[in-house]
Design a protein around this ligand. Structure first.
Ligand code: FAD
Length: 181
């Protein structure tokens, strides 16, 4: 069986990127769990052509009919766009979290992380993140402890995806202070 071959229900098991297609509980392809290309492939079926993703500001020669008013007709986020934006938000929150948080701020941060994990739009990512939180309780005592905890959590996902490990001693340069020239 090739990786793009469809299964008996005409639902492809693998997408054009080679990743396994993730379906929602209703059987439809999950938009926020797949890459855009794989989502379009699974939605259209193997016969139809897959269109290239539209990224705002990346294509100045975009035809007029891909716009709605002044805005580009951008697609809803796929697993990659959603992930990158979410990590940006999470690490940036750590970067502005108080260095000496009050008890209430610590409690609120734990609650925020739990709620975030519960509502994360990619359901299988959310399931794994919730498990991670259960076995690795968020460290909310200081800004640095939160930044490092998030860095470890992000590395856990990096590992799962076969991506390199980020050096957590550098989390502040990446997300707060910037790099020395
Ligand atoms: P990203 O991993 O999004 O990282 C963005 C930037 O953060 C990098 O360029 C780097 O500068 C910096 N960075 C990298 N690692 C670290 C680190 N450890 N600490 C601090 N900074 C770092 N995708 C899946 O396919 N499957 C999943 O199960 C899944 N689970 C996820 C769970 C959560 C909670 C989140 C927020 C995202 C998840 N994602 C998942 C998305 C995935 O982690 C990536 O965001 C996505 O693959 C895009 O990767 P990227 O290469 O653009 O870089």
């Amino acid at each position: 069986k090739t990786k793009t071959e469809v299964n008996s229900d005409a639902k492809p098991n693998f997408g054009v990127t080679g990743r396994k297609i993730v379906y929602d509980k209703d059987g439809k392809p999950c938009r926020t769990c797949n890459t855009l290309q794989d989502f379009q492939f699974a939605t259209a079926g193997a016969k139809k052509q897959v269109k290239t993703p539209v990224v705002s500001g990346m294509n100045p020669e975009q035809p007029v009919n891909t716009k709605i008013g002044s805005y580009a007709k951008e697609d809803p986020p796929d697993v990659t766009v959603l992930g990158r934006s979410s990590w940006t938000l999470l690490h940036s929150i750590a970067a502005t979290y108080p260095e000496e948080p009050t008890n209430k701020q610590q409690k609120d941060m734990k609650q925020f992380i739990n709620l975030f994990a519960g509502f994360y739009p990619c359901w299988f990512c959310a399931d794994d993140f919730q498990k991670y939180i259960t076995t690795n309780e968020p460290k909310v005592e200081t800004q640095d402890s939160l930044g490092r905890w998030l860095c470890d959590a992000h590395n856990d996902v990096n590992k799962k995806l076969g991506k390199p490990k980020f050096n957590c001693d550098l989390w502040k340069q990446r997300w707060k202070d910037g790099w020395d020239e």
